[in-house]
Design a binder for this molecule. Sequence first.
Ligand SMILES: [Zn+2]
Length: 605
Amino acid sequence: MAGHIPEEKVDEIRKAVDIVDVVGEHVQLKKQGRNYFGLCPFHGENTPSFSVSADKQIFHCFGCGKGGNVYSFLMEMEGYTFLQAVKKVADQTGHPLPEQFIETQQPDHDPESQSSLDAHAWLTKLYHHLLRNSKEGQEAYEYLLQRGFTEDTINRHQLGYSPSSNDFVVTFLEKKGFHPQQMVKAGLLNTNEQGGYFDRFRGRIMFPLRNHLGKTVAFAGRATGSQEPKYLNSPETDLFRKGRLLYNFDLARGSIRKQNQIILFEGYADVISADQAGIQNGIATMGTSVSDTQAQLIKRYADKVIICYDGDDAGIEAAVKAAKLLKKAGCETNVARVPNGMDPDEFIKKFGGERFRREILDASDPYTSFMIHYLRRGFNLQLEGDRITFIERVLQEVAQLDRAIEREHYLNEIAEEFQMSMSTLKEEVEQLRLQHPKLDSMDKRRHTNSTSSKSVHHKLLPAFHNAERKLIAYMLKNPFIADKVQEELGGSFNITEHQVIVTHLYAYYEDGHESDISHFVERIEDPSLRNLVIHLAMSPLAEEEVSDKEIDDYIHRIRLENSDRVDIKSLEAELKRAEQHNEPIKAAEIAMKILRRKQELKNTH
Ligand SMILES: [Zn+2]
């Protein structure tokens, strides 16, 4: 499995990182007892059944059954090959893999995507260089400084400049060996009517759009003068899907994890501005409304999100849409209000980061408050008809709140403002909740979800099957128990999967290894077997002390099953012979014996 890298090296790299940190970059984890829990990134769920063990350096999902060590996690999560996962972890430890291993590595993507990624990487460097070092770029650079960008920010976000030339990039890419037609597909070049190629971005300040791994997958170009259009982006390509990309996620990830909170902006300029002002958990969608995928991603990384869109009508409408979607995804959603039709970038430039944090972010409205405020705009509350419709709409929002205390809070406000009785309002809300059982069943649904997924693993197994599982759990933890079992049972477990696992395990200990689940699972290629090993290793009973007597009992039970099975098998062979020799009376006797044996087997389980 380890490709060309020696097993010891693979092991050394694995031990140099903590799986909790690596998984923690993708899943928001909370410590609970000895393990960490979070929402499984591999199947949709509302209650966490995904756990990571720091002691054992493995992860396991009790819902979908996936499990493994840090390498399997990255392979599953990022679609890496084993070698790529090892390389990634090695990079993280600060001791990259020696060249000889990297050369044999497969590219991360298909050749076309890889060449597009390479071209984007080259151009990010080129544009940045030109901004700093060309005469034309110098003007753009001054322009950025004037607009309040610091040198640090320009470097951190790799801002650049594309020269006002038709073929500067065409020539550059050709020299680097890229095929122009492919570069058109990558969104970096355009073609004219004569079939010639020319630069897509000319005379613009360039903002690289990076994916979650920090790789540039597209550009946004902003005109410095009167050029039209003012904003020009890369087209959507295989690498760049607007509905999937969250701008700045690569840089914001650490801060998001620490604060368990995301600030969602409308565009990259707001993110960069906020970042420069010390607000580093900001991300943005690329000028499109939040997609379901993005909402799910946001929920995966943080419990709370503050939507911070432009203060104009379009911004508010977009915030309403985003807020509904994020709420539906299960985020605690607040909406910030930027005053006077300003955008966040303008506000920060004008009043500074400190005031932005205090007056905009900290003062953001919880979802329901925001919605009530928003609804108010559409009605003339002096008119009785409008007033009633408005109150009805508000009650619909309030009815969706899970907590009674929150519902009461908003009802109080309405009761006071419109001089209505609390009991009437409460009754209305209860009616609404009854009419829409969906509102009430969120908790119930969660409940049934979690019990049904658990029951998959907790279904009643025959006693010998349980005995085998428990025994393996102890053997994984303790080589001495494995030794004892090997001596007394060898490979004669009754379940084929168990036979394979113990065979691997005996060999593992014979090679002189200590108990190390994370290392051991490397040896098991079959993913379903690997998941089973992880499942057993993570079961709570593996933590308990076990007596010799208990181990003996398990071994005894497994043997019993075994000999019964052997007995039945030999009886069945006898029956066949009797039938072949045309001895009906004998055959009937044997058949009765088999039946009785099977009956006994059933009763002992
Ligand atoms: Zn799962």
